[in-house]
Design a protein. Structure first.
Length: 693
């Protein structure tokens, strides 16, 4: 249960004093539903209102706070004219300018004959200094409240800076004092303030330097967030390991048959990964391992051999894919290999209904099915196994920790192997998969031809289409990936449909379309037609990103490549270069590109090493942007910036491991404080393992 001290922070934003329902809605959309979400909304710049010159000394274009006397009001004579208020000080005159003004309220705020304080940007209009819509107007007595440094926050339409600041101030005021969860020696060494002071400090920056991610206050908050993440993962790992596993060490008979039937030798890194997996499976504890490998690095065969190890011991093994399409491809590639060991591979997806489904469930429950490939349909309650020994999850970033847990309850202490094709930097691996051991397939199987990657300005589209036409005449198949417009499928779809129409017009009937909104069978029909060579060109939204395999496809065009994440482009590009033909990838961009965008596309031209690409992307853009975080399934951080705080992450991980070693139930005073930390960052699920574990 969430500790009571945190209740004030987990009230809805609307419960704050001075935040009405309309603003509450806007704020929620901007930051999140709870008061605590406002605290995590950090300023991105500052406005210094301490500059308080005389009117004559106020430079145009600069923010100043002026003390002036109100001389008179000049309401508009014609419609659309502004309302002006004439003011003076001993050095000159200043006009305050208001559009769509309400005279009543202006007369109240700016009574004639009174001295007032106004703050805002000073401009010159026909040589007269003026200030349009001052940011602040106050009586002279309240001058101290105006002459401050003001934090500037990211906004959303309909929300004024003042409303947002007021809400954040109210949130800060309702912030409780919390027990210290940092290791005192570490905190002292770093010179970090306590949590509440740190929060106040980051929300009251004195100057732009105070916005740097390296200030003591920002570092502290970032560390808190990373520590919560790492403690949560450490607890998860602990609770998973506590469930005793089984010793799975087959006699190798089935594996020998499959290996003998392979037309190639496993690479050294495949062998090494298998060695690690076999060791984990043979251990009494459960296996929780991540097999990380670029597209085409040969994860499938590794997975199959692990599955056969389980089958040799009389257990069942399943491979779970994130989409129907991928599940089918896995089935197609596994089935012939398994057949060489005399085994059948069954499948189960959301599309299986009625009798077929019932029959499959039955054969699963009796244990007749040894190898199964499926989608998340495997999560459903009526799916039971006779004796599930190994679950392989082909993750592609579409599942999360929770699904991992859900499935592993399907068997007694099943071993879990997670496969990820998204090369992510080491730091991110740590935050997303800190509960897993990692095997990496760093080197690709031999014999691949490098992909010729080129960047081309979008205004040369006609030339591109002509070149594509020539390639098609020569027998190539082409993927045409449409721009990610705004990560909204509807809008993306419109762009894809339009491009489809144009290409069909230019290239003829052998042009297909596949997108995320298509019904399963339609999608499959398009994909199958392409895979079987009935289509020359396939226009696609990013649905093809995930593991589709068509070796004859040797050309890929990506429109608006600058809008994609590098990792995503890299994954898309992995769809080609799968056969023995030379492949070409054309990245079309809309110029002009800024330096970062240029550098990013350059990396893709220069290397095909996904891990290198990922590290560079992190360096260039920061973690937030890295994978289009929303769809990536990676934990999003509000306070930590992995490009800036990777050292803190390593420290947080070490700290978390130490804590969980010494105080696995979080019972010491520091442990108790860490429980609060977990709830503060909404790692409630992790905190719950404590009770049950
Ligand atoms: P991933 O799942 O990692 O994207 P796959 O397992 O689909 O990659 O492998 C890509 C291709 O490489 C497949 O056609 C597979 O048969 C082939 N392959 C796998 N391992 C090797 C190897 N050691 N030598 C040659 N080819 C291999
Ligand atoms: Mg085991």
């Amino acid at each position: 249960m969430r500790p009571e001290t945190l209740y004030p922070l987990f009230r809805p934003i609307g419960a704050l004093k001075g935040v009405g329902p309309r603003f509450a809605l806007l704020l929620e959309r901007l930051t999140g539903p709870h008061v605590v979400d406002l605290l995590w909304h950090l300023p991105i710049s500052v406005i210094d209102r301490r500059f308080a010159p005389k009117i004559a000394e106020a430079p145009a274009g600069q923010v100043a706070t002026l003390t002036v006397r109100v001389d008179g009001h000049a309401p508009p004579v014609l419609p659309r004219q502004p309302y002006k208020v004439h003011c003076t000080d001993e050095t000159g005159v200043l006009d305050l300018v208001f559009f769509h003004a309400r005279a009543e309220s202006l007369l109240r705020q700016l009574p004639v004959g009174q001295k007032v304080v106004v703050s805002g940007k000073v401009e010159r209009f026909h040589d007269t200094p003026q200030m349009t819509h001052p940011d602040a107007i106050a009586p002279v007595e309240a001058r101290d409240q105006v002459e401050t440094v003001e934090p500037v926050y990211p906004l959303t339409t309909g929300l004024t800076p003042r409303t947002l600041r007021r809400a954040i101030r109210a949130a800060l005021e309702s912030t409780p004092e919390l027990p210290e969860w940092l290791d005192p020696a570490y905190q002292r060494r770093k010179g970090w303030p306590d949590w509440r002071t740190a929060l106040r400090t980051v929300h009251t920056p004195e100057n732009t330097d105070a916005l740097s991610p390296t200030t003591a206050a920002r570092q502290r908050l970032a560390f808190d967030e990373l520590l919560a993440n790492q403690v949560a993962l450490a607890l998860l790992r602990l609770s998973q390991r506590r469930q005793p596993g089984r010793v799975i060490a087959g006699d190798g008979q089935l594996r020998r048959l499959v290996r003998a039937a392979l037309p190639f030798q496993l690479t050294a890194c495949q062998e090494q990964a298998l060695g690690e997996i076999n060791q984990d499976m043979a251990d009494e504890r459960r296996m929780l391992r991540l097999l990380q490998g670029d597209v085409g690095s040969g994860k499938t065969i590794v997975a199959l051999l692990a599955m056969l190890n389980a089958v040799e011991c009389g257990h069942q093994a399943v491979l779970m894919a994130p989409t129907e399409l991928l599940a089918r491809q896995h089935l197609q590639s596994l089935a012939p290999l398994a057949a060489s060991a005399g085994l059948e591979v069954a499948s189960l997806s959301g599309r299986d209904k009625g009798k077929t489904r019932a029959a499959t469930l039955d054969r699963l429950a009796t244990g007749e099915i040894r190898l199964l490939v499926g989608t998340h349909a495997l999560f459903q309650d009526d799916v039971t196994f006779a004796d599930l020994g190994l679950v392989v999850i082909d993750e592609q970033h579409r599942f999360g920790v929770h699904q991992r847990l859900q499935l592993s309850t399907k068997g007694q202490a099943v071993d879990v192997l997670v496969m990820s094709a998204t090369p992510i930097p080491r730091t991110l691996t740590m935050t997303a998969y800190g509960d897993l051991e990692v095997s990496r397939l760093g080197e690709k199987p031999p014999g691949r031809r490098p992909i010729d990657t080129r960047t081309i300005a979008l205004d040369r589209l006609d030339e591109v289409i002509a070149a594509i036409q020539r390639r098609i005449t020569d027998g190539a198949q082409v993927y045409w990936v449409c721009p990610l417009v705004d990560e909204s499928e509807v809008v993306d779809l419109a762009a894809a449909t339009e491009r489809y129409a144009i290409l069909k017009d230019r290239l003829g009937d052998r042009v297909g379309l596949v997108h995320g909104r298509m019904k399963g069978p339609d999608k499959d029909a398009s994909m199958t037609a392409f895979a079987e060579g009935q289509l020359d060109l396939l226009v696609a939204t990013t649905v093809i990103e995930v593991g589709v395999n068509v070796p004859n496809a040797t050309v890929m065009v990506v429109e608006h490549a600058e809008r994609f994440g590098l990792a995503q482009l890299h994954q898309l590009r992995g769809r080609i270069g799968r056969g023995d033909q030379a492949s070409t990838c054309l990245l079309l961009y809309e110029g002009p590109l800024n330096e970062t965008a240029k550098a990013r596309l350059r990396i893709l031209r220069e290397t095909e090493d996904g891990f290198q690409i990922a590290e560079e992307d992190l360096r260039l853009r920061g973690a937030g942007e890295l994978l289009g975080t929303r769809q990536s399934g990676l934990p999003g951080f509000r306070l930590a910036d992995l490009a800036e705080h990777s050292e803190l992450l390593a420290a947080a991980r070490d700290d978390a491991h130490l804590i969980i070693d010494r105080d696995p139930a979080l019972e010491t005073p520091r442990g108790q404080a860490l429980r609060t930390l977990l709830y503060l960052f909404e790692r409630d699920a992790a905190a719950r393992y404590l009770r049950s574990g």
